[in-house]
Design a protein around this ligand. Structure first.
Ligand code: C5P
Length: 409
């Protein structure tokens, strides 16, 4: 009940029939102690009046960049910085498209683009629009940008057609808001060290042996832990997108040897260590000082030598109270191999990525995992966005640590 006390929430309302439900959502947020600033798109005013919303929120509604008669300029970014959370409910197809593509032609979208903290959207539209490939694409883009999607429900729609497109009920949205704020301080005071991305093993000055890891899963976990208050050190192999949050320190490395050296420095200092990197098991024995020439040979042999196993290295030095989490990508005997890896590397938890499922694994925005915990716990999850999988992994880590703590007491 008190989790929203003093929280700053921007409630964005767009032009859809479901806008009438936003008044109820606003009332519920205010009743729980939140300070709410309403931002409406011009079209939203056709569906619900600013008078109702300003009376309920106790604040003038923001909608235009200027006050028409005085010319007073309203900063289009201040609210994004003020907000601890932004919720767009209802979110029409048009606003989702603008948010996904940065079309900043109204106060709601400029506020979204400058929002520093978490953003949720609750779409509402007719079933065919909701199912259309453009809406699906925009929602997928927003999800991979870290926006939490509160999926629309099935039911009767404004068109009297029945299908998926009804905005989630205000009570359900408030439950998501509660969950977000109760998680947000959960890891404060904790240090997290994390490896992510691929490694590149140099053959000569222009070539390397690498792999397809994008580092997306690791980035999502780093950002999830940071948003729960942890101080995160992310040791990143060569990736195109690095994790970004004020609580994250990024250390850039290229090879497994460099990642190993940094991990051996950082992991002893952490409470939670997470090994998401796809580390090359072998590296070329020598790196040529110049570009290797083709010559006239039909074959070429490269001698490889073993790289250090970072997970096993930090596992061997694990201290009391530390929790270490590894990843496994298996093509056969997945469950048995994952459990063996947990033991062999002295980890507390292991996240098994499914390669068999479409949309899981490398270079995708979704993943399907099973989490094994020391002591025999095993939980399978459905296919979700990497952002949601990161939240599940963080939940599982927090739960594991709490259980360990009670077992010790
Ligand atoms: O043994 P395997 O590579 O399947 O184990 C995967 C787990 O071990 C992942 O958590 C990965 O980040 C970690 N690992 C590592 N160093 C290696 C190989 C794997 O940290 N050289």
């Amino acid at each position: 009940m008190s989790s929203l006390k003093g929280k700053h929430i921007v409630l964005g309302i767009t032009g859809g029939i479901a806008a009438y439900k936003s008044a109820m959502l606003l009332r519920l947020l205010i009743k729980r102690g939140a300070e709410v600033q309403v931002v409406m798109t011009p079209a939203a005013k056709e569906f619900i009046t600013p008078v109702t919303l300003s009376a309920l929120s106790g604040k003038p509604v923001v909608s235009e960049f200027f006050t028409a008669n005085t010319g007073e300029w309203h900063s289009h970014v201040d609210l994004g910085l003020w907000a601890d959370l932004m919720i767009v409910a209802p979110a029409t197809a048009s606003t989702l498209g603008k948010m996904a593509n940065g079309i900043a032609d109204n106060m709601l979208v400029t506020t979204y683009l400058s929002a520093k903290e978490h953003v949720m959207v609750a779409p509402a539209m007719d079933l065919d629009m909701y199912a259309s490939s453009s809406t699906r694409r925009n929602l997928a883009t927003l999800a991979s940008d870290g926006v939490e999607i509160i999926e629309a429900a099935e039911g009767e729609l404004a068109s009297h057609l029945v299908g998926k497109g009804r905005m989630a009920e205000p009570e359900e949205i408030v439950a998501r808001v509660d969950r977000f704020f109760s998680r947000s301080g959960e890891m404060s005071g904790m240090k997290v060290a994390l490896t992510l991305g691929p490694t590149y093993e140099k053959l000569d000055p222009v070539r390397f042996i690498g792999n397809y890891s994008s580092g997306k899963m690791g980035c999502a976990i780093a950002e999830e832990c940071a948003s729960r208050g942890a101080e995160v050190t992310a040791i990143c192999g060569p990736v195109s997108v690095y994790p970004s949050h004020p609580n994250i320190r990024v250390v850039k490395v290229e090879s497994a040897a460099e990642m190993h050296a940094e991990a051996m420095k950082e992991f002893p200092l952490c409470d939670i260590g997470i090994l998401t990197a796809a580390v090359a098991d072998f590296r070329p024995e020598t790196c040529a000082g110049h570009k290797i020439k083709r010559e006239n040979d039909e074959e070429m042999t490269i001698r490889l030598v073993r790289n250090p196993d970072i997970a096993a290295g930090v596992g061997a030095k694990k201290k009391e109270g530390q929790t270490l989490v590894g990843f496994a990508l298996e093509t056969d005997n997945a469950f048995a191999n994952a459990e063996r890896k947990l033991e062999r590397k002295n980890l507390d938890m292991i996240v098994l990525n499914s390669l068999a499922d479409k949309g899981a694994g490398f270079r995708t925005d979704t993943n399907k995992v099973t989490i094994f915990s020391r002591g025999g716990g095993k939980r399978e999850y459905p296919l979700k966005s990497k952002r949601e999988v990161a939240a599940d992994i963080a939940d599982a880590i927090v739960e594991y640590r709490e259980k360990r703590q009670t077992d010790l007491e």
